[in-house]
Ligand binder design. Structure first.
Ligand code: UDP
Length: 325
């Protein structure tokens, strides 16, 4: 029988894509979201409205739907906002996840896949970043995700939880058929902002610094397509459902791309340059971040399929030209 999965944060960018891909793969999927930043139009399966800090509501939903597993994408994720308002991040990301874990326990659900981030590592001491790299996050956002990882590790040992944590690098791209994509009221990420600048929907992009010690002076990141993220989630979930206790994995391509290379790729796809101006460095941006993703390949058989930035960007451009929400 198909496993029943509650996608917490299923109305958001990554959660909605993962929910849709899981439904295609034969899982029975429903979503739980408070729609604070997500979109009801993006949801797959039934939408249960609720907040992750509401233990009673979560417990009711989990019991009622007889779910076998939870995928947890619901979080506040703006680094700048986390610096300005750290408590909001600890409340929702840490407190909310602790509440979700208690609700899962109340409802007898033992399987969880958790969305974490390469921001738990902080400034790299070496590259590529592997899973045992020391964790010294430089923002309350990264700290909040690191704290949750510690809660999960402790709960795995003592609370009968089977849990896998996926540390995403830079999530990018949209459903290639244009059905789902990234629409944030407050957009801070490079690819959507640069595409919007390229099509004239936003002012020229501010390129944050070109005096880094990288091949063209701009920052290097590891852009990972959301469909590859979805595939990693499914592989992680299947392993847990088989009875494995879970692990923490990097999810990246291992390929580093500079900001200027991203802009060139967008320009090629649009057929015109991306208007931009070089400004000062953004606080807290390390010069380079990219993954070693060997562990997830060894243990789960996952490997990135979208390794060409042009392919990733083309799906994001398609969405940006005709977003559905
Ligand atoms: N960036 C930029 N201008 C922007 C947004 C981002 O130059 O308006 C750069 C940023 O400095 C970083 C890269 O693009 O080097 C990716 O930033 P993003 O915010 O997309 O992801 P992050 O790596 O911060 O998670």
């Amino acid at each position: 029988m198909a496993a029943r999965v509650l996608v917490v944060g299923g109305a958001g960018y990554i959660g909605s894509v993962c929910a849709a891909v899981m439904a295609e793969a034969g899982f029975e999927v429903a979503s739980y979201d408070n729609l604070s930043t997500g979109h009801a139009e993006a949801v797959t399966g039934e939408l249960f409205l609720g907040d992750i800090r509401d233990r009673q509501r979560l417990t009711e939903v989990l019991k009622h739907g007889q779910f076998d597993a939870v995928m947890h994408f619901a979080a506040k994720s703006l680094v700048g906002e986390s610096v300005a308002h750290p408590l909001r991040y600890f409340d929702v990301n840490v407190g909310g996840t602790a509440t979700l874990l208690q609700a899962m326990q109340d409802a007898g659900v033992q399987v969880l896949v958790f969305s974490s981030t390469c921001a738990v590592y902080g400034n790299p001491q070496y590259l590529p970043l592997d899973e045992v790299h020391p964790q010294a996050p430089v923002s309350p956002y990264g700290t909040s995700k690191g704290m949750v990882e510690k809660i999960l590790a402790a709960s795995r040992d003592k609370e009968d939880l089977r849990v896998t944590t996926l540390r995403y690098f830079n999530a990018a791209g949209c459903m290639p058929d244009g059905s789902l994509g990234e629409s944030h009221k407050t957009e801070t990420h490079l690819i959507p902002l640069a595409i919007a600048a390229g099509v004239g929907a936003r002012p020229p992009l501010s390129l944050f610094g070109e005096d880094y010690e990288t091949r063209d002076g701009t920052c290097i990141r590891d852009y990972i397509h959301v469909l590859d993220l979805a595939d990693a989630h499914i592989k992680a979930l299947n392993r847990l459902l088989e009875g494995h206790r879970g692990n923490a994995y990097n999810v990246g391509t291992g390929v580093g791309t500079t900001v200027r290379e991203v802009l060139a790729s967008i320009a090629k796809c649009l057929g015109n340059e991306v208007p931009h101006e070089v400004t000062a460095r953004r606080d807290g941006d390390p010069p380079a971040l990219f993954a070693r993703a060997d562990l997830i390949k060894e243990e789960l058989g996952w490997e990135a399929r979208w390794t060409d930035i042009d392919d990733i960007v083309s799906t994001a451009v398609r969405w940006a030209k005709s977003p559905r929400f």
